[in-house]
Design a protein around this ligand. Structure first.
Ligand SMILES: [Zn+2]
Length: 319
């Protein structure tokens, strides 16, 4: 309909997101150290709903809050009860991404891209069974075969997420085809960007931006930045207060140990850091991860986007 299309264009134009701060109270209220563990499913659903609605999802997609709630109700059961890659993790990534998007200067991002980014955050690990890409590749699993050993899990999450969004009546039905494609392309880029295989390439891009170089990547700049935000949010583990970080690290160690048990049964190789157990190994592993992965990443991010220093990421990492 002509009328509804006009409304969509108005709602999704590239007018920037200058007014977003007035709507993001829930994220601020929860604070950077928000801990999603031990929240009831009802509480998590309410938090996800507020965060998505306050990030323009209902407005841009022209859907009601009730419809969005129904969608979240379909997303939550698609997450498994693995110790780490579960709905609590996805909620934390969504919250962290919203906080980062709020504090970083991403004024060239339009509302369709912003909506694609927040939807990717809540969908980015959907269907995760607590097994890594390496496991799928080594065991020649049907998923590894399907995705030809390339970003096996990330391709799965992007596909499942897209399917859920397009399931009739599609959440994207009020967008015109170009608008729908923009949301889905952003979603796809952001989810694929959570594959650690692209970590170095993404860090190089941030370093270039930090050094004042003009962005020359293949994908649009806005999508590349949103992808970096989702990857940063996915690495939240060591950026929270010590107690919250420890709880998540313990859960990840449990998930790794469970995978190692399966690998032993199937006589598949295991990575040494996934075999380790106990608090000392946990602490050693975290220090190594901070030193070689997350600290250089956040330093590159802070060079490209100094505003990120308003969040206690680096402070928390060093305590
Ligand atoms: Zn994740």
């Amino acid at each position: 309909m002509e009328g509804s299309h006009a409304t969509t264009t108005e709602a999704t134009g590239a007018e920037g997101l200058q007014n977003k701060t007035a709507h993001q109270d829930r994220a601020e209220e929860l604070g950077w150290d928000f801990n999603a563990i031990d929240r009831s499913p009802e509480e998590l659903c309410g938090i996800i709903l507020d965060l998505l609605e306050q990030n323009h999802v209902c407005e841009v997609l022209q859907i009601s809050r009730e419809e969005l709630e129904g969608f979240i109700g379909r997303v939550i059961p698609r997450y498994n009860t693995t110790t780490f890659h579960n709905i609590c993790h996805a909620t934390t990534v969504l919250h962290s991404a919203v906080m980062l998007a709020k504090h970083l200067d991403i004024s060239s991002v339009n509302r369709l891209q912003h909506v694609g980014m927040v939807l990717s955050a809540i969908l980015h690990d959907i269907g995760h069974e607590g097994l890594t890409n390496n496991f799928h590749i080594n065991s020649k699993s049907p998923l590894a075969v399907k995705y030809e050993n390339q970003s096996v899990l990330e391709n799965l999450h992007a596909e499942l997420g897209t399917e859920l969004l397009l399931e009739e009546p599609s959440l994207l039905r009020n967008l015109d085809p170009d608008e729908r494609d923009e949301v889905l392309a952003t979603l796809h880029t952001c989810i694929l960007g959570t594959d650690m295989a692209f970590h170095k390439a993404q860090m190089d891009m941030l370093k270039d931006l930090g050094a004042g170089k003009i962005y020359e990547g293949e994908e649009p700049y806005e999508r590349a930045i949103l992808k970096a935000i989702i990857h940063t949010a996915d690495l939240y583990n060591v950026t929270k207060t010590f107690e919250v970080s420890k709880a998540w690290a313990t859960r990840l160690q449990c998930e790794f140990n469970a995978q190692v048990a399966i690998e032993k049964k199937l006589e598949l190789p295991s990575l040494p850091f996934m075999e380790s157990s106990g608090l000392v190994a946990l602490a050693k592993g975290e220090i190594g991860f901070i030193t070689f992965v997350t600290k250089p990443w956040y330093e590159a991010l802070a060079q490209a986007f100094p505003e990120v220093n308003k969040l206690p990421l680096l402070d928390n990492m060093s305590t």
